[in-house]
Design a protein around this ligand. Structure first.
Ligand SMILES: [Zn+2]
Ligand SMILES: [Zn+2]
Length: 331
């Protein structure tokens, strides 16, 4: 019942690396919710990305050993009542080679041979939420990633975190003067929001005042204040040139946009880190089952007691002989 609707954990799409478990009821509920949401994002039909993926499959023994390590890890992470849902069996695993949009290739599993790799996704190690269906994590170094800002499309939940008062000694390499201006002299708290972004990824680092609700909308500065900020930044950037913070590019564009919107707090868009390492699957090729699924050889017959059988055969032959004689005599 569960398996049809449920995207199983990372062991299906990944071999090697660490896993993040879902330990509480609410975490599992979130997991379900995000999965059912992303399931609807798939734009291509099942099997439509079958192709020849360059490279070769890894040795079966090596992959099986990694799979078993992952299963052992899952058993440690999950309570036994979740095992029937979360712990896969080696004989159900079907192997694939996949190619990602960045050009990298990887091996993944599906649950059986009639499901395709792009019907699943990886979990974001940063947030514990899954990527949209059809996206896997690429851990290759593709050079410095550009910042990606995405609109917040859903406010999922928030958690209040308490902080102690800042120490008097300057931190973060700040000057005593700057520290005096930014230092929090009292214990304080903030709400950390989990939000869904327009790209389908989840961010857990949007911070608001405690008690703020999405219906309240963002707090804005006045037109005059925004004009002043615009002038200040312009001066700052022209003085600092390319070194003025933030540097020319998506970050500075973001600042310009926020000034244009009267510096809303919280901001309606958020940097998406996942966008730099979540990669869409662009093709896949079958490898085969993880473990051989040839029907088991029938069990060997138990050793027969040859003498007894010979005796029974002799008796049967004697009986046949006797019956034949009877017939002969009757003619
Ligand atoms: Zn890559
Ligand atoms: Zn994203």
């Amino acid at each position: 019942m569960l398996r049809g609707q449920f995207t199983p954990p990372d062991v299906f799409t990944r071999v090697g690396g660490s896993l993040r478990g879902y330990r509480t009821r609410s975490e599992v509920a979130d997991y379900w919710r995000m999965n059912t949401d992303v399931m609807t994002n798939q734009s291509t039909g099942p099997g439509s990305l079958l192709t020849n993926v360059p490279g070769r499959a890894r040795p079966q023994k090596q992959v099986l050993a990694l799979f078993e390590e992952e299963v052992a890890e899952l058993r440690r992470r999950y309570k036994p009542e979740f095992w029937p849902i979360f712990i896969p069996k080696a004989e159900d695993m079907y192997r694939w080679r996949v190619q990602l949009q960045c050009g990298c290739t990887r091996e993944v599993f599906t649950y059986g041979s009639d499901r395709f790799p792009d019907e699943n996704s990886d979990t974001d190690p940063l947030t514990g939420y899954r990527f949209p269906v059809g996206e896997l994590r690429c851990s290759a170094d593709h050079g410095p990633a550009q910042k990606n800002y995405r609109d917040i499309v859903e406010w999922i939940k928030s958690e209040v975190k308490e902080f102690p008062a800042d120490p008097e000694e300057p931190k973060y390499g700040m000057s005593a003067e700057d520290w005096a201006m930014t230092r929090q002299v009292e214990p304080h708290s903030s709400a950390f929001w989990t939000v869904k972004l327009s790209c389908g990824h989840v961010s857990t680092s949007v911070i608001t005042k405690v008690g703020w609700k999405p219906d309240d909308g963002p707090r804005l500065v006045s037109e005059q204040r925004a004009a002043q900020m615009r002038a200040d930044f312009k001066e700052w950037w022209s003085a600092g040139g390319q070194e003025g913070w933030p540097e020319e590019g998506p970050e500075r564009d973001h600042v310009r946009k926020m000034i244009g919107l009267n510096w809303p707090r919280p901001e309606p868009e958020q940097e998406c880190r996942a966008c730099s390492y979540a990669k869409r699957i662009t093709g896949y090729q079958r490898i085969g089952w993880l473990v051989s699924r040839t029907p088991p050889v029938p069990a060997q017959k138990p050793d027969v007691d040859r003498k007894k059988v010979e005796a029974r055969l002799a008796a049967a032959e004697a009986e046949v002989e006797r019956l034949r004689k009877q017939l002969d005599e009757g003619e």
